[in-house]
Ligand binder design. Sequence first.
Ligand SMILES: C[S@@+](CC[C@H](N)C(=O)[O-])C[C@H]1O[C@@H](n2cnc3c(N)ncnc32)[C@H](O)[C@@H]1O
Length: 259
Amino acid sequence: MPINFHDKHNRMTYTTRTADVSWLSLIEEHVGISGKKVVDIGCGGGIYTKALANSRAAHVIGVDFSSEMLKGAARQCENLSNVTLQQGSAYNSGLPDNTCDIVLERALIHHLHDLDSCFQEAKRILKAGGVFIIQDRTPEDCLLPGDENHIRGYFFEKYPHLIDMERSRRHKAHEVQSSLDSNGFTVAKTAQLWETRYIYPDLAALNKDLTQRTGRSILHELTDDELNELIEFINSKLKNHTDPIIEKDAWTVWIAVKI
Ligand SMILES: C[S@@+](CC[C@H](N)C(=O)[O-])C[C@H]1O[C@@H](n2cnc3c(N)ncnc32)[C@H](O)[C@@H]1O
């Protein structure tokens, strides 16, 4: 069953990490955050809302269609005076026209069918010359083989039926590019990023995270028994690993400018 973002049991699933320095460096290298008005659409538990606010953004608005996710984000950002959270959709954020400098959509677009409408909404709220950052995994990113860093690769090695599921929900790189081109953006940079997701002190800590399906919507497609078998499989693959386990995910990041 696909993840239900509106279920209170999933409220904290996107709150358990902090943004890695590899992510912050890429963003800072290509987009100045300091003093900017930023909107984080599909903000989930606010991990990146918080990172942007701490990178001296003037103001960050986290938008999500799930009130439960926003409760997690509120806890994450509770001491940040430059953060506002509001409920809204990627197709209709509820924000005014031409008012923000940067829109971030991280790990959002594979949950959306209508890229054009989503990108038109980003364009509507951005000022002229504003920057649109999209970060997601293409089918190629997802299906890279598993190893002691790329733990997700093992999911597909163990359960090949997940490959079709993943391929069907992930947008191909050329589809994202062409939708940006036809909705008033010019792509300034397309970058590949190996983002450190989490550093587990040992295998037991990784196992606990997998058991809870934390921040991994694809694991909601498995039964509890299938998940336990997957964890055993991963443990057999990692039996010679050395602690800690540094989990990394492969991403594509599009940095586009509103024309
Ligand atoms: C995989 S999580 C990513 C959370 C966060 N951006 C991150 O990278 O940690 C996807 C988020 O998008 C939200 N979402 C999904 N579809 C949406 C839509 N149509 N409009 C707004 N938010 C949506 C979900 O509620 C969820 O919080």
